[in-house]
Design a protein around this ligand. Structure first.
Ligand SMILES: O=c1[nH]c(=O)c2nc[nH]c2[nH]1
Ligand SMILES: [Zn+2]
Length: 479
C-alpha cells in the first residue's frame, strides 16, 4: 500500500471508462456499463456518457468538451472492476486509532476512562500525533474513505497537524478540536469554558489559513458529549456555531448510564429546556442545528427524535461501535421514517474497524437484530438492504457532512470523489491472478451485478479498493 501525496492542482483532465455503480435512491443502485465519465482539472464531472467506449469517447466526448487527445489521462476499469463513489465516514476519532480492537468487556463510561482518555492525552506529544494521524489518514484512504469527520484531541497543535496532514494527503475532512471542561481527568480537560472556546477558535483560525475556501478541510465545533461539557461551555459553543455557521459534531444517547448522567447533570431548572432529555439539553444550548452531526442516537425517545427531525440535525449511525461497547442497536429505519438524514460512522476506536464497508455490513446485521425486537419479532420493515447501507455510506453521509450536491454520486456537476473496486475474477482453473489476487471476494462470472455488489459488501475489504480519488486527484493506489 502506498499513499500518493497530491496537494497542488492536478493538471490532467481525466476520462474514466468501464462500469460505474452509484446510489440512485435510498433503495436503488444504478449500474452504468460501458460508460464514460469525464472529469475536468478542478475535479468536477463534466460528462457522463452511456454506451461509450474509448473510441467513441475520443470521437464525440472530447471534441464536445474542447479537450485535446493528449491532455487526457484515461483510466479504465477492467473486468470485475467498477467505479463507486468514495465512502464518507461521518464519525471517527483519529486520535483513538491505535486502540482499534482494544476495549475488553468495557462499556462507554469505563471505556473512556480506561482506554480512551490516556491515549488521547498522549497525543500532545507532537511526534506521536504525527505518527498516529499520518497512519489513520493512509488507512482510511486505503479503505475508500474520501471524506472523514474527525475528532482530534483537546490539544491545538496536534489538532492543527491533523488538518495539515489531511490537506497534504488530499483527504476531505472535517477536523474538530475536542471540547471538554468537566467530569474528565485532571490530566485531560479544558481548564475553563473560556479557554476551551479560545483554543477552539485557534484551531478554526489555523484551518482557515491552510484552506481559506474550506473546500477540502473544514473546522467542526466539537463538544465531546454533554456529560464532559459544562452548561456555559455548551452555550458558548452553540453561540460560536451561530456566529461562524460552522458544523457541529457530538455524541447523543449512546448508553443508558450516560443518559442517566445527562438527566442528572442538566435539570430543566438549569438549562431552561422543557425537559431533561439529552436532545433538549443540546437544543437549549443552540447545538441542535441543520449542521449538527449526532453520533449514535441509540436510545432516543419519540419526542427526542421528533426534536432532532424538527431541527434538521443529522445522525451518524455507528453499528460496529454500538455492538463492541454493548451500547445497543440503533433503530435506523425508525429514524429514516421520521425524515432524519443518516450516514455511517466507524467511530474508531469505539468501533473496531477503519472501514466504512465494515460499518455498512454491520448496519445490515444490526438492523436485522432490531427486526427481532419489533412488531412481535422479525419485522421486515426494520431490515436495511445492501442498497440502503451503501446509500448511507455515500449519499446519506454526504448530506450528514453538508456535501450533498458535491459528492456521493456520478452526475455532471458533482466532484470526482471515487474508488475503483476490484473483485477477484476466478479463472477456469480456479485461480485468481494479477491485480485481483489477495482479495476475499471471488466472482465466477455468472453473478448478476446486484449479487456482485452484495458479495463485495459482505466480504470485501481494502484489498478490493484498488484506487481512490478525491476531487479528481489520485490519493491512494494499491500496489
Ligand atoms: O463512541 C464514543 N467515543 C468517544 O470517544 C466518546 N466520548 C464521549 N462519548 C463517546 N462515545
Ligand atoms: Zn465517537
Amino acid at each position: 500500500m502506498r499513499i500518493v501525496q497530491r496537494n497542488g492542482p492536478d493538471a490532467r483532465r481525466k476520462l474514466f471508462l468501464g462500469s460505474f455503480v452509484h446510489c440512485k435512491a435510498l433503495d436503488e443502485l444504478e449500474y452504468l456499463h460501458n460508460a464514460a465519465v469525464a472529469v475536468d482539472k478542478e475535479g468536477t464531472i463534466v460528462a457522463v456518457e452511456r454506451e461509450c467506449d474509448e473510441v467513441r469517447a475520443r470521437e464525440t466526448v472530447l471534441p464536445r468538451l474542447g479537450w485535446g487527445e493528449d491532455e487526457v489521462e484515461v483510466v479504465k476499469a477492467r473486468e470485475g472492476q467498477f467505479f463507486f463513489p468514495g465512502f464518507i465516514d461521518t464519525h471517527l476519532h483519529a486520535s483513538q486509532y491505535p486502540n482499534v480492537g482494544i476495549f475488553g468487556k468495557s462499556t462507554l463510561l469505563d471505556w473512556l476512562n480506561t482506554y480512551t482518555f490516556p491515549l488521547e492525552a498522549s497525543l500532545a506529544d507532537p511526534a506521536r500525533a504525527r505518527q498516529v494521524y499520518a497512519r489513520v489518514i493512509r488507512k482510511t484512504l486505503s479503505h475508500g474513505t474520501t471524506c472523514a469527520a474527525y475528532y482530534a484531541t483537546i490539544d491545538v497543535p496536534s489538532t492543527n497537524l491533523l488538518a495539515d496532514l489531511c490537506l497534504a494527503a488530499g483527504q476531505r475532512a472535517l477536523v474538530g478540536r475536542v471540547c471538554m471542561d468537566q467530569l474528565s481527568p485532571d490530566y485531560y480537560r479544558d481548564a475553563t469554558p473560556e479557554s476551551s472556546l479560545a483554543y477552539t477558535r485557534a484551531s478554526i483560525a489555523h484551518i482557515r489559513t491552510i484552506d481559506p475556501s474550506l473546500s477540502l478541510i473544514r473546522p467542526i465545533i466539537t463538544p465531546r458529549f454533554a456529560p464532559s461539557c459544562s452548561l456555559p461551555l455548551l452555550r458558548q459553543l452553540g453561540a460560536l456555531a451561530q456566529e461562524t455557521r460552522l458544523p457541529i459534531q457530538t455524541h447523543i444517547s449512546e448508553n443508558p448510564s450516560e443518559i442517566a448522567l445527562v438527566q442528572q447533570l442538566f435539570p430543566p431548572s438549569a438549562t431552561g429546556a422543557p425537559d431533561n432529555s439529552y436532545a433538549s439539553v443540546y437544543d437549549a444550548a443552540g447545538l441542535l442545528t441543520e449542521r449538527t452531526i449526532l453520533a449514535h442516537a441509540v436510545h432516543l425517545t419519540d419526542a427526542e427524535a421528533d426534536l432532532v427531525a424538527a431541527r434538521g440535525a443529522k445522525i451518524s449511525h455507528c453499528p460496529c461501535s454500538n455492538s463492541a461497547l454493548a451500547s445497543g442497536a440503533a433503530r435506523v429505519r425508525w429514524l429514516l421514517d421520521r425524515g432524519i438524514v443518516c450516514g455511517l460512522g466507524t467511530d474508531m476506536s469505539g468501533g473496531f474497524s477503519p472501514s466504512v464497508l465494515e460499518a455498512a455490513r454491520h448496519a445490515v446485521l444490526v438492523s436485522r437484530h432490531v427486526s427481532f425486537t419489533t412488531a412481535g419479532g422479525n419485522s421486515e420493515r426494520e431490515k436495511l438492504s445492501v442498497e440502503e447501507v451503501l446509500f448511507l455510506a455515500t449519499r446519506g453521509g454526504a448530506e450528514v457532512v453538508g456535501l450533498e450536491g458535491r459528492v456521493g454520486k456520478f452526475e455532471v456537476g458533482m466532484e470526482w470523489d471515487a474508488q475503483l473496486v476490484g473483485l477477484g475474477v476466478v479463472g477456469e482453473d480456479g485461480g485468481v491472478g494479477g491485480e485481483d489476487e489477495g482479495g476475499n471476494v471471488d466472482v465466477f462470472g455468472w453473478e448478476s451485478w446486484p449479487d456482485r455488489v452484495a458479495k463485495w459488501v459482505y466480504n470485501g475489504d481494502d484489498r478490493n479498493t484498488k484506487r481512490v480519488w478525491v476531487r479528481g486527484r489520485l490519493v491512494h493506489e494499491r500496489r
